[in-house]
Design a protein around this ligand. Structure first.
Ligand SMILES: *Cc1c(COP(=O)(O)O)cnc(C)c1O
Length: 395
């Protein structure tokens, strides 16, 4: 619980959050045919999910999942090390390794569990971790769980990172940890520089490709690392998820065989959890097959990104667009909530992201694009964002 509130009861804590416009609330949606959804009885266009390729409702994935459901049943019945490793789990891991061009791969039950599992298995109390300040919460939690010394360097600041590496204890194992595409800012990490630093300072490089998998890549759309052309490197550990562009659920780690074998021994979030259900595994295999064989989904997504870029260039909106994740900064929590409500009234769902998910003073709308959006939907959203922009700057 945050130390800024001194609760005499749970209700006081909740009321304090509410007074600061920070209370989180679940919003139920129904009749989902993305990008259209129904919320509070109103049909709206969703610009808030991570289903970048529209795979969550892709008929090929649905068919693969249904077949597996009929063949294997609903559950995997045990953890992977007991008797939960089905032939399709192993096949998926082979396919991930091939796709990511690494010697080995391991499937985790979620991105959160993978990140908690990697750092806590590989790093110990005597080790040293440097993590970008805007990395995903799961990487921070993994670092804390490992009990290693944990440094956070300013966002994308590789000079500062190098200064920290310079002072790191010589006998510690060192880890550099970064998202490749940042989940709330949509900007991208300088992978080549991070890799050079990892070489120079004999550090592991752990990369989180959650928002890059299926979105970036020079040939196979396997993530941002692919665009470096560096291929497999022994000190690089890539993780990514099946839950965003790949439309399904779960996560992978792609790395050397020694890293993967070590995770199987020591990664508690892998060991002590039931294996993902067969239908999910089948959907994940179908998603990789589809994105690897067919560039059209990812191309359509990037067409939409370029459409938005062009519309924004012709407007007075000042937006940095480097990926399908576009932050629209509004400053404080009340403005962010009011902006979300305004867009909802206009027929668009764009989520307000507030501290502590993002740093103080950087409350924002997080717009995400998908291959499923039409040009007309994107143009209509830009019009509303412009109207909003005026409302916010006048207040
Ligand atoms: C979403 C996300 C995760 C967690 O993945 P899940 O499969 O949703 O648990 C991890 N890292 C980053 C950068 C993410 O955006």
């Amino acid at each position: 619980m945050p130390e800024t509130v001194a609760p005499s009861s749970l209700r006081d804590t909740l009321d304090a959050l509410s007074a600061k416009h920070r209370l989180r609330q679940l919003k139920t949606i129904s009749d989902v045919h993305r990008p259209e959804i129904t919320m509070r009885g109103k049909r709206i266009v969703d610009f808030s999910n991570n289903d970048y390729l529209g795979f969550a409702q892709n008929p090929i994935l649905i068919e693969a999942a249904s077949e597996a459901l009929k063949t294997y049943g609903v559950g995997s019945a045990a953890s992977r090390l007991i008797s939960g490793t089905l032939d399709i789990h192993t096949q998926l891991e082979h396919e991930v390794a091939q796709w990511k061009q690494t010697p080995s791969a391991l499937v985790f039950n979620s991105g959160y569990q993978a990140n908690v599992g990697i750092l806590s298995a590989l790093a110990s109390r005597h080790d040293w971790i440097a993590s970008d300040k805007l990395n995903h919460a799961s990487l921070i939690d993994g670092g804390l769980l490992s009990r290693a010394h944990f440094e956070r360097y300013p966002h994308l600041d590789t000079e500062r990172l190098e200064a920290l590496l310079e002072k790191a204890p010589k006998d510690a194992q060192k880890f550099i940890v970064s998202d490749t595409v940042f989940s709330m800012d949509g900007d991208i990490a300088p992978l080549k520089t991070l890799y050079e630093l990892s070489e120079r300072y004999d550090a592991w490089l752990i990369l989180d490709e959650a928002h890059a998998t299926g979105v970036f890549g020079s040939q196979h759309r396997s993530g941002l690392w692919e665009t470096t052309g560096l291929g497999h490197r022994n000190r690089v550990i890539q993780m990514g998820t099946f839950s965003k562009a790949l439309g399904s659920f779960g996560a992978y780690v792609a790395a050397s065989k020694d890293v993967i074998d070590t995770l199987i021994q020591f990664s508690r979030s892998f060991i002590y959890s039931t294996a993902l259900p067969p239908s999910v595994i089948a959907a994940n295999r179908a998603a990789i097959g589809l994105v690897n064989a067919n560039a059209s989904y990812t191309s359509k997504l990037w067409d939409n990104v370029r459409t938005l870029q062009a519309l924004v260039a012709d407007s007075d909106l000042m937006l940095e667009i480097q990926s399908p994740i576009i932050p629209v900064f509004v400053g404080d929590e009340p403005h962010a909530l009011a902006a979300t409500q305004h867009l909802l009234d206009a027929g668009f769902y764009v989520q307000a992201i507030r501290p502590p998910t993002v740093p103080e003073g950087t409350a924002r709308l997080r717009v995400t694009l998908s291959a499923a959006h039409s040009e007309a939907q994107i143009a209509a959203l830009v019009k509303e964002l412009q109207a909003l922009h005026l409302i916010i700057s006048e207040n």
